[in-house]
Design a protein around this ligand. Structure first.
Ligand code: ADP
Ligand code: MG
Length: 728
């Protein structure tokens, strides 16, 4: 057997869980490595503290002297915790996180060593950032990109480094990261949602977006993974025959967590809790080797940071436990892939969840207002929402009978559907006192505080209402949550702005009372909404037909889906809500297209290499063994040998057949790539990679996987699905 594969299989059975001891309560460890408000309060005077709090809440500027005080506090705190370095921590358009460490250590002019960190180092840095994707906004000769402190997400210590969450912008002020537009979308939604809330409660001064993500992932033994260059380089298996046992017995889901995995999860939680990431849930997922973790929800900006941070921690801590983590949306063919459910809602400064039905008819009317407007917002920008979750890897998962379809629809359940039906029948104009009483008692009064059918979740829906929040389930496991949340926030902000104007017009021009106007505006907004509501089986072919009739977009692949970013409607949305300029939006479109091209290109190259220098030679080796055997039989039996060599001869022939197909396939694939690479237009190139290069991978893989079945197991160099999936 191939050395790597053999060695890791031998080692596997000796591997013991690296037990992780922690005797402290999580509540006493929580956020101990975070520069929380409570820590800041110990370091600065009341005046400074309240100025910082105001700036964080209102997004107002922090002046230089305050920044100096905060940086001094940060330095003192970080040094007391043993930190030696600091970094601006940001999320460039690569999808990962970025950091460039500088030591606190410095030398004064006199040569005296000191620890140095002042306000200017806190507020702004200029990393040599010429190699981050910018979609053409930044040329290398004007490579300056700046990171700027985000005071709404607290600094934390990772290892011995003080990490300061920052945004990342170009010299000319354009966003080059995911956080900048996210923050702007949160701000924009806060502005419009707060105005709408004032119809119901004058005390509302701020509306926060909340996010609770659920992160799915696979764990694979590090030694076994080392024999799979495809996994290491592309994050997914490009080869591998289905194991005889996959997930058909459903015996993994919510099953007992293997001891090696538990030890990993415990160490991960220990670190995450200290970083203030409120992890709450862990369990086995549907596929063998697949798991999930989820925190308690938080304010969206912080939650996005925490998701990025936890993914980074997961990868690092896994190595200590001899695992690697796979965040790829579809690492194994024929087996469920991974998603990242984004649970999203809105909360007021008065502590009300705006997507949770309340106790009184008025609070239920407020709930309905936000509920209906959210659906209307999704309807308006369904194609853009699909674009926000598009990637080469998520394409392999969406719509393949295990994950939400690539068509966006909204599931709300029977009870709320009935409420919307009743609301649609509200008569136009001013309502009579009787009708209003009836509405309040029998329509919105029907919405119970806890929705009965909120557990009757339709798992095939990409965007489902689940009792007190919407759950966006089509998001990919690898993706940065900010992308989809930014679109959702902007869409709702725009819709609420429009809704507010409609209500105002009814009040002013039709002389309506506030609640009459709200009822009327809601009823008017209900009309189109039915188009996006769907309660049936999202996996079925009949839904595809139905969705087509309804005019919903059905973009099966990323290049097509991405075009929604540059549609006029999207440009208007982002400009109106001040989230992204047209130039920034177009740059993002190009960044995503380029990433798509590169991902497929890397997969195709890796595939060609492995097929040529792992798989074909292994096939030949085995064929030679058979040829030797046949020669021997001939020696013994003379011309009767065929009687004894029938099977061998057949296999020899089949091996040649597969090798021929593999070799020719690769030749054609390389030629195709060469001709496509001449294409200068990013969209055309990406689309061609999708429809011309990608299919080769499946066609050629078929023959490689057949060889895996025929060839002597001793010779096969790549760890097999049965080993990768079941060895934990
Ligand atoms: P499930 O969807 O698995 O049935 P839960 O209802 O407990 O489970 O919630 C799943 C996720 O939704 C959790 O991560 C939780 O933090 C998040 N969540 C709950 N309420 C909200 C909210 N108001 N806003 C955002 N996320 C929320
Ligand atoms: Mg869920």
């Amino acid at each position: 057997m191939n050395y790597l594969r053999k060695k890791s299989l031998e080692n596997l059975f000796d591997k013991q869980p690296k037990s992780f001891q922690n005797k402290q309560k999580y509540s006493s460890l929580f956020a101990s490595n975070v520069f929380t408000d409570a820590v800041l309060e110990q370091y600065v005077n009341k005046e400074t503290f309240s100025q910082v709090a105001h700036a964080v809440n209102k997004g107002s500027k922090i002046n230089r002297s305050i920044a100096d005080q905060i940086s001094a506090s940060l330095k003192a705190w970080a040094l007391s915790k043993g930190a030696t370095h600091y970094t601006h921590w940001f999320q460039p358009l690569t999808g990962g996180t970025a950091e460039k460490h500088d030591a606190f250590f410095d030398l004064q002019a006199s040569g005296k060593p000191i620890e140095n960190f002042d306000g200017s180092q806190l507020v702004q840095q200029e990393p040599d950032a010429s190699s981050f994707p910018s979609g053409g906004i930044r040329n290398t000769f004007e490579a300056r990109g700046y990171t700027a402190w985000d005071p709404t997400s607290p600094a934390f210590i990772l290892g011995k480094t003080l990490c300061i969450p920052t945004i990342f912008v170009s010299y000319t002020g354009e966003a080059l990261d995911y956080k900048t537009p996210l923050l702007k979308s949160i701000q924009s939604l806060d502005n419009t949602a707060t105005e709408i809330c004032k119809y119901f409660d004058k005390n509302v001064t701020k509306v926060n977006t909340t996010l609770g993500w659920e992160q799915e992932y696979f764990l694979v033994d590090k030694g076994l993974a080392a024999s799979r260059p495809d996994l290491i380089i592309t994050g997914r298996t490009l080869f591998g025959h289905q194991p005889s046992k996959g997930q058909q017995l459903d015996d993994h889901y919510f099953g007992s967590i293997p001891p090696r995995v538990i030890a990993y999860m415990q160490e991960l939680e220990h670190s995450a809790i200290q970083l203030g990431i409120p992890l709450k849930t862990r369990h086995n997922e549907v596929a063998p080797g697949q798991f999930e973790l989820a925190p308690i929800f938080e304010e969206a900006n912080l939650s996005v940071d925490h998701n990025s941070l936890v993914m980074d921690l997961m990868s690092k801590i896994a190595l200590k436990h001899d695992f690697i983590v796979l965040f790829h949306e579809k690492p194994f063919e024929g087996i469920n892939g991974s998603g990242k459910h984004n649970n999203w809602s809105l909360t007021t400064n008065t502590g009300v969840n705006l997507l949770s039905p309340g106790k009184t008819p008025m609070s239920n009317l407020q709930f309905l207002t936000f509920f209906i407007n959210t659906i209307a917002a999704v309807l308006s920008h369904e194609a853009l929402m699909r674009a926000s979750i598009a990637s080469a890897s998520n394409d392999l998962r969406l719509g393949s009978n295990e994950a939400p379809p690539a068509i966006l629809s909204v599931f709300i359940g029977k009870q709320l559907t009935a409420v919307l039906d009743d609301l649609e029948n509200v008569s136009k104009g001013k309502l009579s006192p009787e009708e209003k009483t009836d509405l309040k008692l029998n329509v919105i009064g029907k919405i119970p505080e806890i929705l009965l059918d909120n557990t009757d979740q339709n798992r095939t829906s990409p965007f489902a209402f689940t009792g007190n929040k919407f759950e966006f389930r089509a998001v990919g496991s690898k993706s940065n949550c900010a992308k989809s949340i930014t679109v959702l926030n902007a869409a709702l902000a725009q819709q609420l702005e429009k809704f507010g104007k409609e209500v105002e017009t009814l009040i002013e021009e039709k002389d309506m009372k506030k609640d009459d106007a709200i009822f009327n505006a809601l009823r008017d907004n209900l009309k189109g909404i039915k188009n996006i509501l769907f309660e049936g089986d999202g996996y079925s072919d009949s839904w595809k037909k139905e969705a087509k009739k309804r005019g919903l977009s059905q973009n099966q692949n990323t290049p097509q889906a991405l075009t929604a970013y540059i549609a006029k409607k999207s440009i208007t949305l982002f400009e109106q809500t001040n989230v992204l300029s047209e130039r920034e939006l177009k740059a993002r479109y190009i960044v995503d297209l380029k990433e798509y091209i590169m991902r497929i290109q890397i997969e195709s190259r890796t595939f060609g290499d492995i097929a040529r220098n792992h798989i074909i030679p292994t096939g030949i080796k085995y064929q030679n063994m058979l040829i030797e055997n046949v020669k021997g039989l001939k020696e013994i039996y003379g011309k009767d040998y065929k009687k004894f060599a029938e099977v061998q001869l057949k296999i020899i022939e089949r091996i040649s057949g597969h090798i021929d197909k593999i070799n020719n396939g690769i030749k054609q694939m390389v030629e195709t790539r060469k001709s496509l690479n001449k294409n200068e237009d990013e969209y055309k190139k990406a689309y061609a990679y999708c429809v011309k290069v990608l299919p080769f991978l499946n066609e050629i893989r078929y023959h490689c996987d057949k060889l895996e079945l025929i060839v002597d197991d001793e010779l096969w160099p790549l760890a097999k699905y049965r080993e990768l999936l079941f060895c934990h």
